[in-house]
Write a protein of this length. Structure first.
Length: 369
């Protein structure tokens, strides 16, 4: 699903707090999806289809290699739908799912569910991550969707004549609800538009805070890099207790910055961009038998069956350990090693560099020029 490059539901909190982040994020390479995000997409699509009277597709539906198993359905989807009954116990809500809402063609988002019960408009957002509990009160994402829906011809029906607006966050096994007024939603719209105007100006303000957690520009943001530079120069033993407490309060943010910085460097190297002092190396490979039946036959010549056979043939690593006691080498012809991917390492690391195809071609072209 396409996202706004300026501000959308998930980025509204950041843009309100830090207008300068809009330009920084626009200059960042696209961040690859994660298995958690892909699972979230799978679950969102499943619920949308169920609410549109389509089958769930348990055991069949999949997204980016993740399959909707019965366990996943029971743990997430069934619980989320049960929580929806708390919002609409009498099944009287008129609703639509996965609707595009927009302020204009550049500022838009997609609601998970927009509905109406009596004189109350409802904005509901599904959250399937377990890491951070999301609150409904003054939830910027919910307010963004409500404000945009008010201005979108296809969805403004939910707000026409409404006396209240309810923001609902369903995050199995929890549900959070907050009722506000249409006037608060309109006020939010003005606040957001002021932030967008500020973001369009050169030198827009940068502000560090909780909103930095999901910011794509965190690895290169001057606010973050400046804080790191100051931290490196600080003599810890000279810090007073008050300053230590202040730094510790920001420790998680700095941890996230370091994680994002490593990921950015990894993505750059994998795309063929050189990062001075660093290279790609293969992750430790896991060994497996090329043919378990052949491995079993040969191992039984030296080891007892109880040592060789568990529920399956023991791993090459375990076989090697047992064979060493008898001073017998592991039969390499039976083993294959497959790395789980690449990782970042400095130039002092003894592992060989992984050369990307794109990088090799680029080097060859440069030699011809």
């Amino acid at each position: 699903m396409k996202h706004s490059n300026i501000v959308g539901g998930s980025t509204a909190k950041r843009v309100l707090a830090c207008p300068g982040s809009v330009a920084l994020c626009a200059a960042m390479p696209e961040k690859p999806s994660s298995k958690y995000a892909d699972e979230g997409t799978l679950l969102h699509d499943t619920i949308a289809d169920i609410l549109n009277d389509k089958p769930a597709g348990i055991g069949i539906r999949s997204y980016e290699g993740i399959t909707l198993t019965q366990d996943l359905y029971d743990e997430k989807v069934a619980v989320a739908l049960a929580l929806l009954d708390e919002v609409d116990p009498n099944r009287e809500m008129i609703y639509e799912v996965e609707q595009r809402v927009e302020f204009d063609e550049d500022i838009f988002g997609s609601t998970d569910l927009i509905g109406r019960i009596g004189d109350k408009a409802i904005i509901l957002d599904w959250k399937f991550g377990n890491g951070v509990a999301v609150e409904a009160e003054e939830n910027e994402q919910g307010l963004f969707y409500a404000a945009a829906a008010m201005m979108t011809p296809a969805t403004k029906w939910a707000f026409d004549g409404a006396q209240s607006v309810e923001i609902v966050i369903v995050q199995p096994p929890m549900i959070k609800r907050w009722v506000t007024t249409p006037e608060r939603v309109v006020m939010f719209r003005y606040q957001l538009m002021d932030a967008v105007k500020a973001a369009m100006k050169a030198g827009a303000a940068l502000n560090a805070g909780e909103h930095c957690r999901w910011c794509a520009a965190k690895p290169t943001c001057p606010k973050m890099t400046g804080a790191v530079d100051r931290a490196i120069k600080t003599k810890l033993e000279a810090l007073p207790p008050e300053q230590i407490g202040k730094y510790l309060a920001n420790a998680e943010l700095l941890d996230q910055w370091i994680t994002d910085l490593r990921l950015l460097a990894l993505n750059m190297l994998e795309s063929g961009v050189k990062v001075p002092g660093y290279k790609l190396v293969a992750k430790r490979a896991t060994r497996s038998w090329l043919n378990e039946a052949d491995a079993k036959v040969e191992l039984l010549q030296h080891l007892n069956e109880s040592e060789v056979v568990e529920k399956s043939v023991i791993s090459p690593a375990k076989a090697e350990k047992l064979l060493k006691k008898q001073k017998i080498a592991l039969p390499g012809k039976l083993v294959t090693s497959i790395s789980s991917g690449n990782t970042l390492a400095d130039w002092e690391d003894p592992r060989p560099e992984v050369v990307q195809i794109g990088q090799t071609l680029l080097s060859a072209i440069n030699k011809l020029n």
